[in-house]
Design a protein around this ligand. Structure first.
Ligand SMILES: [Zn+2]
Length: 258
């Protein structure tokens, strides 16, 4: 497991090698390289089973380096926090090399995840973007939709970024109405999941539709439909909160809760 305390005085330990969202496989098949002296500029991440671990961001990865989604699909769930942290911290370091306020180069601090501007004092922390993700239900039926970006045949739950000044519950109602034209009654919080593509925090909800009439927006959503437990399309990957929402609903239906 990952202990979230920065080993800022350490100079050696386990290492994750990352380039453009791809992570190098170690000789044991995991993404954690054997203990070694860290290269200059490595970013400490925390402790993995009490061993310090750092991130080395490299210019060019190998052809055989799997991407983040591949690692999350292959590894046990206990690895999710480490992989998600490495991917998000790497994206943040890449995107915040200059101060967003005055444009001067920013410097990495040792004691926390922070990029500091010497010129104006502005400080940047890893960006985390809250999103809502919702399974809309009507009795046993689930409303699933496909984005134009999805692999062929796959349907998933509805999702969207929370806008400035908006509550998560308001975002649930707005996104559902914008994307599929459905008004929902009761909205119930499920749980959350860090989603490192590139830096989302998914807040999961169930929402009960007032009716089954759908109006597709045609931009964010290519198709949407109601699905019954016995006739499901291709679903999102097992490690996603989207899939957890769907599986929870299916289990509730099977046990007669719905
Ligand atoms: Zn500045």
């Amino acid at each position: 497991m990952l202990r979230r305390e920065l080993p800022h005085n350490a100079t050696a330990g386990r290492l994750i090698r990352l380039a453009a969202g791809r992570i190098a496989p170690a000789s044991d098949g995991t993404p954690l390289q054997a203990a070694q002296v860290w290269p200059k500029g490595a970013q400490p991440l925390g402790y993995w089973h009490d061993e310090p671990v750092a991130l080395a961001i490299e210019e060019q990865g190998g052809q055989d380096w799997p991407d983040g989604r591949h690692w999350l699909a292959q590894l046990p769930e206990s690895w999710f926090p480490l992989i998600a942290t490495a991917l998000q911290v790497a994206a943040w370091l890449r995107d915040h090399r200059y101060c967003g306020r005055c444009g001067a180069p920013a410097a990495k601090l040792d004691v926390e995840f922070a990029m500091h501007c010497e010129r104006c004092g502005h400080r940047n922390y890893p960006r985390i973007s809250p999103c809502i993700i919702t399974l809309v239900t009507h009795g046993n039926a689930m409303l699933l939709a496909r984005s134009p970006r999805f692999p062929p045949g796959r349907y998933s739950t509805l999702a969207g970024f929370i806008e400035p000044g908006e509550s998560a519950e308001d975002a649930v109602r707005r996104e559902i109405y914008e994307e599929v034209g459905v008004t929902v009654g009761r909205v119930r919080y499920f749980r959350s999941q860090a989603w490192p593509f590139p830096h989302a925090l998914m807040l999961g909800f169930f929402a009960e539709a007032a009716s089954r009439h759908i109006r597709i927006d045609g931009v964010e959503i290519a198709d949407a439909a109601w699905f019954l437990p016995g006739r499901l399309p291709q679903l999102p990957p097992l490690y996603s909160i989207s899939r957890a929402l769907i599986e929870t609903h299916l289990a509730d239906v099977a046990s007669g809760i719905r």
